[in-house]
Design a protein around this ligand. Structure first.
Ligand code: EPZ
Length: 416
């Protein structure tokens, strides 16, 4: 296993190119299974999660090549409707294959992502949606079995605008017989791009960018090419580091996907300037404490909650941060505390008391965004920080330490 070593408190300066969005490319990769041909996806980041998804696509019978950021998926040989536990347990997004396999093969056997269908990180919205489309769903020793000769359009209303459930049901509804209306659909940019990609493949989806999606079922889809949108969460991660430590310009970024984040950084005293596909952030004299509550898009992303807390650990005052999307996404709190942060967790709210500085220490990654918050904490802290188990980080960030090194950070990767 690898670890990252940081000698912190160095100024950051320069520009960094943002990679394609992990959470857009993963469902787009599974959508390619719907077409009996070869699709080309451009600006695919080289991540553990995209490599895991490639393995899954090949397990179900697709062939793939990946060169210079372009992933080609030949889905002509898709014939195996099974996503095994040993793979799904490493990446919840594997569950996205259920819709395409069900639509393409009329059957799908996908392991539960972890916990149970109704437990932590449940998939009940997905399953109820598939049943509404006429699929027969059974649960057998940790696997979801879904069957349907031909899915039929129906009206579906999500209790919560789930990103994954919206994507999965979309990919099943596009070739269902008749009309499907999804109410309370997710509006995240990644789902917007998935819907646009499906339409490029010949689907008939309207209401894109709204929370009501109407899908007229079509007979079949054809392969299509697409360039993945920039990763707004990677961009936000760099913005928070820049707000603390220097002057950083992001290129190949979509500023409109980060409106609320830019507003909050401005409130915190950073100077933000926006170009067509660039954002420049310059740290302020002090970091002002700014309360934040996460929300579904266009709210403040839960995937930037941990990174925001890292920034607020050295704010000139106290901050209250609440996550309304995940009530239990706080494994980074004890680790940031090891760096000297003053944090109080109560249910899904963190009370942050700003300190003058953090002090480097050995810490442990626990999930993708928690590890990103520890990198920011290590960059801020005086002295040396060692971050263990960074395979979590590598699931969602492409060579993050190299990108920070280019900005002047003293940061290296070593094997543990
Ligand atoms: C996607 O996960 C992202 N992952 C997550 O990013 C992100 O945090 C999340 O959306 C919220 O924005 C990918 O896109 C691959 P949800 P997803 O379904 O689809 C509950 C990262 O760091 N829920 O919108 O799993 C769920 O428990 C990852 O890149 C149900 O109750 O998120 C959660 O509280 C982490 N039943 C809330 O909804 C369901 O059937 C949001 O989940 C589904 C979800």
């Amino acid at each position: 296993m690898d670890k990252i070593i940081i000698v912190g408190n160095q100024p950051l300066k320069g520009s960094v190119a943002i990679s394609g969005a992990k959470n857009a490319v993963l469902p787009i990769m599974t959508a390619a299974l719907l077409a009996d041909g070869v699709s080309h996806i451009h600006k695919v980041p080289d991540l553990r999660d995209t490599r895991t998804m490639v393995r899954l696509l090949e397990m179900v019978g697709a062939k793939t090549t990946y060169k210079n950021g372009t992933l080609s998926i030949d889905a002509r040989g898709v014939d195996t409707p099974v996503a095994p536990y040993e793979l799904v347990k490493t990446m919840r997004a594997s569950f996205y294959v259920l819709g395409p396999l069900l639509s393409r093969l009329g059957v799908a056997k996908v392991s539960l992502p972890g916990g149970c269908a109704w437990g932590p990180r449940p998939v009940d919205f997905h399953l109820k949606g598939f049943e509404k489309l006429g699929a027969e769903i059974t649960l057998e020793s940790g696997y979801i079995q879904a069957k349907s000769k031909r899915l039929k359009g129906n009206n579906i209303r999500f209790d919560f605008p789930s990103v994954g459930a919206t994507g999965n049901i979309l990919m099943a509804a596009v070739t269902a017989k008749g009309t499907t209306v999804i109410e309370n659909a997710a509006r995240e940019p990644e789902i917007v791009q998935l819907a646009r990609y499906l339409n490029k493949m010949g689907a008939n989806i309207s209401g894109i960018e709204t929370d009501v999606l109407t899908i007229e079922g079509v007979e079949g889809l054809s392969p299509a090419d697409i360039t993945v949108i920039p990763d707004r969460i990677e961009a936000g991660t760099f913005l928070m580091a820049g707000a603390a430590l220097g002057e950083v310009t992001l290129t190949d970024v979509e500023p409109s996907h980060l409106d609320i984040v830019l507003d909050k950084l401005d409130e915190a005293g950073a100077t933000v300037s926006v170009g067509q596909s660039t954002i420049t952030i310059k740290h302020g004299d002090v970091i002002k404490p700014v309360d934040m509550t996460t929300g579904v898009y266009p709210g403040f992303p839960t995937d930037l909650q941990a990174q925001w807390i890292s920034l607020m650990t050295i704010a000139d005052g106290s901050t209250v941060v609440t996550d309304t999307v995940y009530k239990d996404r706080f494994s980074h709190i004890p680790e940031l505390t090891r760096l000297g942060a003053n944090l109080q967790l109560e249910n899904n709210t963190v009370f942050v008391r700003g300190q003058k500085f953090l002090i480097g220490a050995p810490v442990m990654s626990t999930d993708i965004r928690a590890s990103a918050s520890l990198v920011i904490g290590g960059l801020i802290a005086k002295g040396t920080t060692e971050i263990g188990r960074i395979y979590h980080l590598d699931r969602g960030y492409e060579r993050l330490e190299e990108k920070f090194k280019k900005l002047g950070a003293v940061i290296t990767r070593e094997s543990e």
